[in-house]
Design a protein around this ligand. Structure first.
Ligand code: GDD
Ligand code: MN
Length: 866
């Protein structure tokens, strides 16, 4: 007959202990195994011990009295070491945990179907009645953090059953008070765990012994330590002290050098290095030191410097947002920036420069993925609202000002999203872009779910590392283009397809239809997923049955229905959009574009990504999951590759195709037991590669928003200074309006960049003060002169003639010739001289434009009358 030992840690539970023991022994009739109860008491003074000793006289109850070195974990482990049962149950004494659940917890263990059972509050059937909101929130956050590392719903439970060896193996000196979680992590990925629902009742007698803040912090430190992060109260405080001293040293060296008449640029670089060396040495020897044998290495110093850079770029973003967007004074803003950089530096030091050995490598990867993910989100959040719109974004913002069910060069989703957020937050960069970040988040969620479905939750966390760090995905999560919603829908379609193929779920075809339809409303290329999935069904015998069922066809019809607005728009506009995207792309001249194509892929995925793509061909043959990923990723990308053999392709085209590669490359670095040389290389190369990606993005964002020391802005890059251009054009326009009494029409004389940006920034400048529609109604493109202007030719139809819009125009172009002044003169306009416009960003020249003014000869002007 088996024997079960119930371990109950106690401190001052006199009001509960009798009741608890009664209820446990009441189970006796229902069970067919022996019971033993160990009460592990930490210095109770209320008579708990005496009560237990009474029980001990006539029942299998044992008191383990401990008087110093208190702690739940130490008590439970001591209990486990003293227990004689084949299975251990751990529970609280305060009746929060219903003893009646013990048989359910023990049963699967006795049957051998699992290695551990947890009484769970958070699976279906479990509950915590009567908890106030704050307690729920605290528990939710703590559980969410734990669930990064373990794959159960309630890892914080204090009520669980397990075999003795596992609990005995825990280190009582290191284990934190969440013994269940310790056991889960010690058990590793192969531990089979089942959760049993319970209702958690708050204690009626006595008081809680858990100090939330102190325990919370020690719990967080313990979790990170298990994952290889060197975080503790000690290292945190020491890190802070070293940081302050380093700052003093920095300022001191800087002032000395200045006093010695060194140039300022040199002084600051030298003082920076002095303080960094000091910082590094003290942190290595003191803050994060494990023992005195810690060696200082150049590699460590290199990592320390890279980390400092990553924190610096983050600091710039925080500084810019607080100062430029929220209007904080510079000093306060920089303090905010310093705080953000300190946090990022500390976490980075703990995990990358002075790490501990993780319990197993999977834990470290999970932690790293989450840290990289948070950095990517925070960096973009802080730069999003302060970086000027790139002209594509400004162009799509113009879409949103002319809401419609279709447009010439793209379907309408991007416009709808921008319209939604600008109607809430106003016409500002943040409002235009937040939809991109949210779309990216939706995509990430689907990729996580897809990877979890295919390869399990551990690999799913690693997939987030790529969702965050691969350049294409980083980019679409910040810039609002059709690629952002497209990627979200693409990932959703893949997820539901995988559900249909691998779970044989009929209902998931609804998801395929909806995501596919919304994807078509974002960008036509998602249609490539249709032939790709057809190909998969053809190759995969287990999926072939779907061809004979109605659901896939219904999904296709549903997608087309959702897409129908675009068909209506096209029908009304002579199929303009389909022609533009279809034959328009093929009509171009022959070009062998393969090398550029490969370059683009390397830019989207990094060169290491290219290696990873080729590495996927080495995986296990005949694995359905890998085959699914390969086909769904490679079919669309090979389509564009073929196209590149004879026509020009664009940088971002293959982007979404790589979504389905993410599960595979995450699996690649985590799983295979006998890694090939390529896989070994990838395991080492990915983290440094993504670090470089972040540094490049961070530097670029800093450069675009705040500039970089010694770096001028390039002359021919229409990227920066739009807000200054709008300001200057507004000044010209205001004066003209005053002197003529006419509202001038501003014409951007390149294809659509100047018009799009001026339209946005003129509107933004007007703010709430003036007629906000003016910026849009009076900014047009060059279609009046027969030049391509994309949607502007629909918004400002030429057939009405230029004079129908205004009798005064301001032409703005990239060079004097672009202004088409001769044609205007021919048309009878009075044309003024061409003037140069130099726009600045952070006081540095950032763009060169030309403008001229033209007046219709026939009109009456106030100015002329005066
Ligand atoms: N031996 C020993 N030593 N026992 C302790 C100690 C200690 O240092 N601290 C607390 N206990 C005992 C208590 O007497 C009680 O039996 C049990 O451990 C749980 O302590 P409570 O004070 O009731 O903690 P709680 O209700 O706030 O927390 C419980 O619920 C959480 C869920 O919200 C615990 O079970 C947690 O593990 C659980 O996460
Ligand atoms: Mn309790």
């Amino acid at each position: 007959m088996s024997k079960i030992s119930v371990i109950v840690p106690t401190i001052n539970e006199v009001g509960n202990i009798d009741n608890l023991l009664c209820r446990i022994f009441a189970l006796k009739d229902k069970i067919s195994y022996d019971l033993e109860i160990l009460v592990v008491d930490d210095g109770s003074t209320d008579g708990t011990r005496e009560h237990v000793l009474k029980w001990q006289e006539h029942r299998p109850v044992r008191l383990i009295a401990r008087d110093d070195d208190k702690g739940v974990a130490k008590s439970v482990i001591a209990g486990a070491r003293a227990a004689t049962g084949d299975i251990l149950v751990v529970m609280d004494a305060d009746l929060s945990h219903p003893p009646e659940a013990i048989p359910d917890l023990v049963k699967p263990l006795l049957e051998g179907t699992c290695d551990m059972t947890i009484a769970s509050r958070y699976i279906k059937g479990g509950s915590t009645p009567g908890w106030p909101f704050c307690r729920r929130l605290a528990s939710f956050i703590a559980t969410a953090i734990a669930r990064i590392f373990v794959d159960v719903c309630d890892p914080m439970s204090g009520f669980f059953a397990v075999r003795p060896q596992l609990l005995r193996s825990l280190d009582p000196e290191k284990a934190c008070f969440k013994v269940c979680m310790e056991a889960l992590i010690a058990g590793g990925p192969s531990l089979r765990v089942i959760e049993v629902p319970i209702t958690f009742k708050d204690r009626v007698s006595g008081y809680s012994k858990i100090n939330l803040i102190k325990m919370g912090w020690s719990y967080l430190c313990r979790l990170t330590a298990l994952a290889g992060g060197n975080m503790s109260a000690k290292s945190g405080i020491r890190f802070g002290i070293v940081g302050l001293l380093a700052m003093v040293l920095d300022l001191f060296v800087f002032s000395v050098l200045i006093a010695l008449k060194f140039p300022i640029g040199q002084s600051h670089v030298i003082s920076f290095f002095a303080s960094t060396v000091f910082n590094f040495t003290c942190n290595a020897r003191w803050s994060f030191a494990q023992d005195n044998t810690q060696r200082l290495s150049f590699a460590g110093f290199g990592r320390f410097l890279l980390l400092a850079l990553a924190s610096l770029f983050l600091r710039g973003g925080v500084l810019a947002t607080l100062n430029q967007l929220l209007g904080w004074p510079p000093l306060l803003a920089v303090i905010g920036g310093i705080f953000a950089a300190a946090v990022s530096n500390y976490v980075g030091n703990a995990f990358f420069v002075f790490p501990l050995k993780p319990k197993h490598k999977g834990l470290r990867w999970r932690a790293i993925s989450v840290i990289f993910l948070i950095y990517a989100i925070v960096l973009r959040l802080f730069y999003m609202g302060v970086m000027e719109l790139i002209y594509e974004e400004a162009y799509y913002w113009n879409y949103a000002q002319h809401l419609d069910i279709g447009y010439l060069d793209h379907p309408p989703m991007v416009a709808w999203i921008i319209a939604l957020f600008t109607s809430v937050f106003g016409n500002a960069e943040f409002a235009v872009r937040i939809g991109a970040l949210l779309s990216w988040a939706v995509m990430g969620t689907f990729v996580f779910a897809l990877t979890r479905k295919l390869y399990g939750r551990g690999i799913a966390f690693v997939s987030l590392f790529f969702v965050a760090g691969l350049p294409f995905f980083f980019g679409i999560g910040m810039l609002m283009t059709p690629d952002a919603p497209l990627a979200a829908c693409w990932a959703g379609t893949l997820y539901f397809l995988a559900k249909a193929f691998f779970d044989k779920r009929r209902s998931s075809w609804w998801g395929v239809g909806i995501c596919g339809g919304l994807g078509l409303l974002s960008k036509y290329t998602i249609v490539l997923l249709a032939p790709a999935s057809l190909l998969f069904t053809a190759i995969d015998p287990m999926s072939r049955q779907w061809l004979k069922k109605k659901e896939p066809y219904l999904a296709a019809i549903l997608a087309l229905l959702i897409f129908s607005p675009v068909i209506v728009w096209n029908a009304k506009h002579g199929w303009a959009s389909f022609v533009y995207q279809g034959s328009g792309r093929f009509n171009g001249s022959f070009r062998f574009y393969l090398p550029q194509f490969l370059g683009y892929v390397a830019a989207l995925l990094t060169p290491v990504g290219l290696v990873a793509v080729s590495g996927t061909f080495l995986g296990k043959k005949g694995d359905r999951r890998s085959r699914f990923c390969m086909i769904m990723a490679l079919f669309p990308s090979c389509f564009f590759l073929t196209f590149s053999l004879f026509r020009e392709v664009r940088l971002n085209w293959t982007g979404p195709a790589w979504i389905c590669l993410i599960p595979l490359i995450a699996y690649q670095i985590m799983e295979s037991d006998t890694p090939s040389r390529i896989i070994n290389f990838l395991r080492k190369a990915w983290i440094p590669t993504i670090v470089v990606v972040y540094l490049i993005f961070g530097a670029a964002l800093h450069y675009f928003v705040l500039g970089l020391p010694f770096a001028a802005y390039p002359r021919d890059l229409p990227l920066l200074g739009w807000s200054d251009l709008a300001r200057q054009v507004e000044a010209v326009e205001d004066e003209l309006e005053l002197s003529t009494g006419h509202e001038p029409l501003v014409l951007g004389m390149d294809k659509h960049k100047i018009a799009s940006e001026l339209s946005f920034y003129r509107t933004k400048l007007a703010g709430k003060s003036r007629d906000r529609g003016e910026g849009v109604r009076y900014t047009a493109g060059p279609n009046f002169f027969g030049h391509e202007s994309l949607m502007f030719k629909y918004w400002f139809p030429k057939d009405k003639g230029l004079r129908a819009y205004s009798d005064v125009i301001v032409l703005v172009g990239p060079d004097p010739k672009s202004l088409c002044l001769d044609e205007l003169v021919e048309d009878g306009w009075n044309v003024g001289s061409v003037k140069e416009l130099i726009v600045r960003k952070n006081g540095i020249p950032a763009g060169w434009y030309y403008y001229a003014i033209a007046r219709s000869a026939s009109a009456n002007f106030i100015g002329a009358l005066k």
